[in-house]
Design a protein around this ligand. Structure first.
Ligand code: SF4
Length: 318
């Protein structure tokens, strides 16, 4: 989080409605403009404009090896902006240190994150496609940064996963700004225990062991390695089964406090969620209600109970 407490997210400028596309148009994203902008500050960047291609302009496309493509003009292939786009990605990664995530425009030879068309010498696109050159450089330079495409954010599971990662990343940035300590890393890990368990049970265990055995490792080295593994673990979206497992763990903390009827009701809601009858927000709301009545200091700190603002309603669709 930045000093003004608003999380900053980088974004392909055309998604903000800026008329920066090759044809003078935009790709305004309703989700970003109408919903997410109430909670985040967007920093828009059009890499193709930033490297000096005007608008309107000759479109570019990716050609050659899908793992190491070049970006050239579709009309005049002598126009080669490969190096310029890569440099732009590295510059953005360096200059936008305060961002906590990035939303990219899909299918673009500059911004696309996956399955962007890469044309072979025979004129046909390669199977599977590739990644835009700005996106490649940005993601290589900032491998822990949460990055998603606008198109993929229409999937409720991917959307919730991305926003969870953005808030976790911002919280870590805040810790770094305050001066990282070993205790702060351990508290962070404890706070994300159930979130990690929901996303990636194996990595949750591995990270727990890494934290427990970290005393002899220099703090900065340990913290950097921990956070990379942590962000990697969160990339795996939680599913109905893993959420159910976490809900059961959380309900275990209430077993002495709740009456038999309350316990049965909570179990009924968890079971209804497991079967897909009600969304995740239903049992979570009931669990939060019970923890307000019977507070538990450890559970109160858990990011899992509120990984992002309630107003986003992200768990209504899970
Ligand atoms: S996809 Fe990227 S390069 Fe293309 S117009 Fe949008 S911001 Fe610019």
């Amino acid at each position: 989080m930045t000093t003004d407490n608003t999380i900053k997210i980088g974004i392909s400028a055309c998604l903000q409605g800026q008329k920066v596309r090759y044809n003078g148009g935009h790709k305004a994203s309703h989700l970003c403009i109408e919903v997410l902008s109430r909670h985040f500050d967007f920093i828009g960047l059009c890499p193709e404009q930033a490297i000096g291609l005007g608008t309107p302009r000759q479109p570019i496309r990716l050609v050659g090896d899908p793992y190491n493509p070049r970006a050239v003009g579709t009309v005049n292939s002598d126009l080669d902006v490969t190096d310029a786009l890569r440099a732009c990605g590295h510059r953005a990664a360096e200059q936008l240190r305060n961002i906590s995530g990035y939303i990219l425009m899909q299918k673009s030879p500059s911004c696309g994150m996956e399955r962007v068309k890469v044309y072979r010498d025979n004129g046909y696109p390669a199977n599977g496609g590739g990644r835009g050159l700005f996106a490649t450089a940005l993601m290589q330079a900032r491998p822990d940064l949460p990055v998603e495409e606008d198109g993929r954010l229409h999937d409720p599971v991917l959307r919730e996963n991305f926003i969870t990662r953005v808030f976790a990343y911002a919280e870590w940035q805040q810790l770094q700004a305050q001066g990282l300590t070993r205790k702060a890393v351990m508290d962070f890990h404890a706070r994300y225990k159930y979130q990690l368990m929901a996303n990636n049970r194996e990595q949750y265990k591995a990270l727990g062991q890494a934290v427990a055995q970290s005393a002899d490792i220099p703090l900065q080295a340990f913290a950097a390695r921990y956070f990379t593994q942590f962000m990697e673990a969160l990339k795996k979206p939680a599913n109905r089964g893993s959420h159910t497992n976490v809900l059961q763990h959380l309900s275990g903390y209430l077993k002495r406090a709740l009456s038999k009827t309350d316990k049965q009701e909570l179990q009924r809601l968890i079971d209804q969620y497991r079967k897909g009858i009600v969304p995740l927000v239903v049992p979570i709301t009931m669990i939060k209600y019970h923890f307000r009545r019977y507070p538990d200091a450890y559970i109160e700190r858990q990011a899992y109970l509120q990984p992002h603002p309630e107003e986003l309603g992200l768990r209504n669709a899970l």
